[in-house]
Design a protein around this ligand. Sequence first.
Ligand SMILES: Cc1cc2nc3c(=O)[nH]c(=O)nc-3n(C[C@H](O)[C@H](O)[C@H](O)COP(=O)(O)OP(=O)(O)OC[C@H]3O[C@@H](n4cnc5c(N)ncnc54)[C@H](O)[C@@H]3O)c2cc1C
Length: 380
Amino acid sequence: MTATEVLGTRGGPRGRERARVVVLGGGYGGQLAAQSLARRTDAAVTLVNDGDRFVQRVRLHQLATGQPVEAPRFTDLLAGTGVRFVDDRVLGLDPVAHRVALRDGGSLDYDVVVLALGSHAAVPEHAYDVTTAAGAAELAARLDRGCRRLAVVGAGLTGLETATELAESHPATATTLVTAGALDDDLSAKGVAHVRRVVARLGIRVVEHAEVRAVHPGGLTLADGTEEAADVVVWTGGLVVPDLAARAGLAVDAHGRVLVDAALRSTSHPDVVAVGDVAAAVASNGDVVRMACATTIPAAQQGARTVAAVLAGREPGAFRYRYAIRCVSLGRRDGLVQVVHTDDRPRELVLTGRAAARVKEAIVRGTLWVQTHPRIPASA
Ligand SMILES: Cc1cc2nc3c(=O)[nH]c(=O)nc-3n(C[C@H](O)[C@H](O)[C@H](O)COP(=O)(O)OP(=O)(O)OC[C@H]3O[C@@H](n4cnc5c(N)ncnc54)[C@H](O)[C@@H]3O)c2cc1C
């Protein structure tokens, strides 16, 4: 059954004056999809987010150091678009009744729903989080009270950005970066050489090939029994998605990400479109895309194109994502732009230092700017 058929059977554009599109989650994916849909369709678009401000998640490691980070109100971002904003927590989705249950006890009916609830780190007890605004603010407050030894667990891009940002802004704190893999796991030789230079300059001790067995108030216990003393442990590994899709009975992968077709429709419930971290969208290399703002923004644009096409009774196009670069901030004054092949393998082509930091900053500004300047190509 296609989403068009579902809409046809439930009314929507044919049976009702305006189709109802409900977008769940106002992050990089959901806010942009809602904006795009309001501008390109005449559907009644509702955006639901738990919190009335847009969180620039790619700056949360900056928030954790106490830097001011702009958090615009949704009512300002959406002013003039016609999108209705609902500040509430989504508790459940009934894809048969086409209904979303909210924490305040109310519900929203939809013809098409866009799932964009993002992800968060599975943070163990006694560790701090930088993947939510509340977690980053709590970490900033804790560091303000003083910290002699800090351990950051996970050396993916978030871990690297967090460790370097914190070490740069807290030079008197002894910072350790603990990773199950190695710093060079995902970077070219030139890229990793630069990261190692910056990490050394910032005085960060790196513990590689070390699985963390437990976090406790005094630090970490590694799988080989080694103790790593730390007053504060920051956990950046193991991103998980909300279990809402699985609970709703949507087809999901082993990580709970919504299985989607080429147009980003749920394979089990085609009137559910999923974008961003919550979706198991496939890149042109055949793999599920990385959880990233870089992949979420084009997915949100495709998700909006898909909904617009379905509402117009057209077959939607396909999400085509090719990787180009990976951008990593290494504190405020340094960075790494790692050029990658279209399948995300690193090339021996990098930009480093202040120039890379400037490129990264420009891209991060762009991720906020695009939120009020959505584009859907006319061919969509
Ligand atoms: C510190 C850090 C740095 C990063 N740096 C980069 C980077 O440099 N480049 C890059 O490409 N990616 C980066 N990322 C990853 C990037 O932030 C995510 O991939 C991106 O935010 C995913 O977008 P999204 O719309 O899927 O989810 P989000 O942006 O997380 O938005 C999800 C929204 O849904 C809301 N929500 C969740 N559950 C509910 C509910 N039940 N009810 C109502 N609302 C709900 C949340 O409040 C949130 O507003 C970084 C992540 C972190 C944590």
